[in-house]
Design a binder for this molecule. Structure first.
Ligand SMILES: [Zn+2]
Length: 274
């Protein structure tokens, strides 16, 4: 599933390619992708409007439309937003097409069909239910080390689950949680409120470093993810522990262990991560 670095990479590529474009026509090929308003109204409202900006909150991509609307996109498992020249063929996974001016099209492809789009009035964005529950974005400069430490207090659950909890910190999924904990030298099964001050600091720092490195490598492609140009990411080549059960830890050479936590695979080095 695309996590913060992948969505941020898509955001940046769309901003470069289609900021200022006009949506001339919308073809809805899978009505269930559109959560609100009803698909016909969705298309009618967008047609003739300009794409005026791109934002991201956690794993959500937000397209600003004209001066009064926002299109909130969640890619879920397999969603892709790809800019193509006009006439690009539809395939069996194309769920929606925005026909733009300047000879461009924005295609939404989604194999599993879990991706969602909500077209909202801009003034309703903060009240959008999923955003009300969203914690600080992992890249939010307001999330200082002190605030981060404060927010760890009283968190009795395992630290791995806490990193995945979007109301604690938004944007981190399984891949980056595994990488962050390895970099911080923290066992994923540790109780979050058991971390001492140095471990808290290391965790805070590892979040920033891993996310920044992943963005600079344009995200991680393990299966379906591509950026707004249709290109794969490159951070899969930089992964230290994720997906590497039984292989040597890059730091100490001992075997990386795979366990299940909350139904997800955790990979860690028992020697380096205490
Ligand atoms: Zn190790």
């Amino acid at each position: 599933m695309p996590e913060l670095p992948e969505v941020e990479t898509i955001r940046r590529s769309l901003e470069t390619k289609i900021l200022g474009c006009i949506i001339r026509k919308v073809a809805v090929l899978n009505r269930k992708t559109i959560k609100t308003p009803p698909p016909d109204l969705f298309a009618a409202r967008l047609e003739g409007e300009e794409i005026t900006g791109f934002q991201r909150r956690g794993k959500y991509l937000i397209m600003e439309i004209g001066c009064s609307m926002v299109l909130v996109v969640h890619l879920r498992m397999t969603g892709r937003l790809i800019v193509k020249d006009s006439g690009f063929p539809i395939n069996r996974y194309t769920r929606l097409i925005f026909y733009l001016n300047e000879g461009k099209e924005l295609h939404f492809q989604d194999i599993r069909k879990f991706g969602t789009m909500h077209l909202l009035d801009r003034q309703d964005l903060d009240a959008f239910t999923p955003f009300k529950a969203l914690g600080y974005d992992a890249l939010d400069p307001r999330l200082t080390p002190d605030l981060f430490k404060e927010r760890l207090k009283g968190r009795k659950g395992q630290v791995k689950g806490l990193l995945l909890n979007q109301s604690f910190i938004a944007g981190i999924g399984n891949i980056y949680a595994n990488e962050i904990l390895w970099r911080a030298g923290i066992n994923p099964q540790r109780r979050a409120d058991s971390l001492d001050a140095r471990e808290q600091q290391r965790l805070y720092q590892a979040i920033g470093e891993v996310i920044a490195a992943a963005i600079s490598h344009r995200g991680t492609t393990l299966r379906d993810y591509v950026d707004g140009d249709g290109n794969q990411g490159e951070f899969q080549n930089m992964l230290q522990v994720h997906g590497k059960g039984g292989r040597p830890c890059p730091s100490c050479g001992n075997s990386i262990v795979r366990i299940k936590q909350g139904g997800r695979s955790s990979y860690y080095c028992p020697s380096c991560q205490k």
